[in-house]
Design a protein around this ligand. Structure first.
Ligand code: FMN
Length: 271
């Protein structure tokens, strides 16, 4: 499927059939995950598989998920970050999202579940981690069939003008310029990426042949570097389908600030 259509249709699945995944499918997922770990190549994370979803759900009910609303699923995949480097957090997000693309193609539904605030002792007892920490689980399983007569809940998205600027944050970019550079679709579709609390913190600054990615944050909307990795993955995938086969380069610069937000510099991409 075209990445643009994929992104537009992609949705978190929060209601799963009470049915385990086929063994063959599960094995394929495990193999794919091990390929992703190799691709990252830094040994900064590992995927952990929890086939007994009931055990995880019962222990994390009231603790995991937004405001303790734990998602119930037949299985979970944990993202175990082996160190606390910012780069590891970013690429953890990148590779979980790459995994979600694979899962969707296998007709397996998924939803990110935040467990950052769950105490370490509970996590240690539950996950049996030798090294590292799990702040995110992916709930996975077969989605419950949609009712064609019920309108699905939809997470709203910011406009292109809210996330993309020319030369500096806050300075609008003309639609004509985007169209003439063939970048209008890229920034239209990228907005459908998921983010924690649907905050959509990504901001792009286009200057000549360089796109800079920043993340907006404030006391109300905390910085979450996982969101950076997710958008980097989709950006690379979308732009690859336009024939630009490049990767983000992470950058380290003091934050930028305006009246509303602070902005963390994340990376640069040459187009
Ligand atoms: C890092 C991250 C953490 C998330 N944590 C949760 C969660 O704990 N519970 C939940 O219901 N959804 C969670 N989500 C799903 C987002 O709320 C969802 O992706 C966003 O609202 C956009 O909706 P969509 O995925 O249906 O397009 C999370 C998403 C991300 C990227």
């Amino acid at each position: 499927m075209l990445m643009s259509n994929f992104l537009k249709d992609r949705k978190s699945v929060r209601d799963f059939k009470n049915k385990k995944l086929d063994n063959k499918v599960f094995e394929e997922i495990k193999e794919y995950c091990s390929g992703l770990e190799k691709e990252e190549g830094q040994d900064s994370f590992e995927f952990m598989f929890f086939e007994d979803g009931d055990r995880i759900f019962k222990s994390l009910k009231g603790l995991g998920g937004y405001a303790g609303v734990m998602i119930k699923s037949p299985h979970y995949i944990g993202l175990n970050l082996k160190n606390e480097k910012e780069e590891s957090i970013i690429y953890g997000g990148y590779y979980i999202e790459k995994l979600i693309t694979k899962l969707t193609n296998l007709n397996v539904g998924s939803c990110w579940v935040i467990i950052k605030d769950v105490d370490l002792k509970t996590k240690e007892d539950l996950f049996n981690i030798e090294k590292g920490n799990i702040d995110y689980l992916l709930a996975i399983g077969y989605p419950i069939a949609k009712n064609p007569f019920v309108t699905e809940p939809f997470s709203s998205r910011l406009g292109v003008e809210d996330i993309l600027f020319k030369d500096e944050i806050g300075k609008p970019i003309e639609v004509d310029e985007l169209e003439s550079r063939g970048l209008d679709d890229l920034f239209y579709y990228i907005r459908f990426a998921p983010s924690s609390y649907n905050n959509q913190p990504w901001r792009f600054v286009l200057k000549d042949h360089k796109v800079t990615l920043l993340l907006a944050y404030s006391s109300k909307e905390q910085l979450n570097l996982t969101d950076a990795g997710i958008i980097m993955y989709y950006f690379e995938s979308l732009i690859k389908s336009m024939g630009i086969n490049n990767r983000w380069k992470l950058i380290d610069k003091p934050d930028y600030e305006d009246e509303k937000y602070r902005y963390r510099y994340i990376g640069e991409f040459n187009i």
